[in-house]
Design a protein around this ligand. Sequence first.
Ligand code: ADP
Length: 223
Amino acid sequence: MSVPAQLFGPSSGSACLNRRILMSDRYKCVLLFGAPGTGKGTQGKLLGEKDGYIHLATGDIFRSLDKETELGKKFLHYSSRGELVPDDLTIELWRDHVGSLISAGKYDPARDLLLLDGMPRSVPQAERLSDLIEPLAIVHLVVPDINDMVKRMKLRAEKEGRHDDADENVIRNRFDVYTNETAPVLGCYGKELVIDIDAIGTIDEVFDRCQSKVTPIHEKSFG
Ligand code: ADP
């Protein structure tokens, strides 16, 4: 897959710069990025506990759907194979969810930093969200050994009863989907936005590394 043109960042040209100025009211966010099992959800939840941060995990939004609804069934269909839910459905659900958080007073774009976990997860999703979100950084959790990630996912399957973590073939497919569809999203944004974080260590150690990068971003944007 070819690397897409950058959507943001200083080297992305004046057209994008103008666009950025015009779109200063986009949702300010940090993207939590990494292969399955690197701990995005764990770290996102911890970071999201602090005042002024909202952790938004697309997988959690899907899992909260009623399994008897059309959308709930579609989610099960794709996730049980380790595949992504089609972009149209995902974007619509995500936009509606953010809209309902704002209406309910649970998310205030003027004071809260969104920690996006599992969004965007493909280049078309990054393009479709470009007029809605303003990524200030991409926290990229890195675990070099795939076997460590598989181990973490099997543990999670036992603890959380996640159907998509229980089957090794499904897990392998999720890594392929990550490599082919999600990893290219990194190329949509300027390299200077990407912060690689070593995700090996205890939850607290990795949290400290994430927090030390994300806190200054929050302070700079929201004071
Ligand atoms: P993990 O981070 O462990 O890979 P998630 O909980 O984020 O898992 O996602 C579980 C499943 O939800 C994915 O395998 C996929 O089917 C669906 N999903 C989550 N986010 C997206 C997205 N942005 N686009 C399409 N499908 C998604």
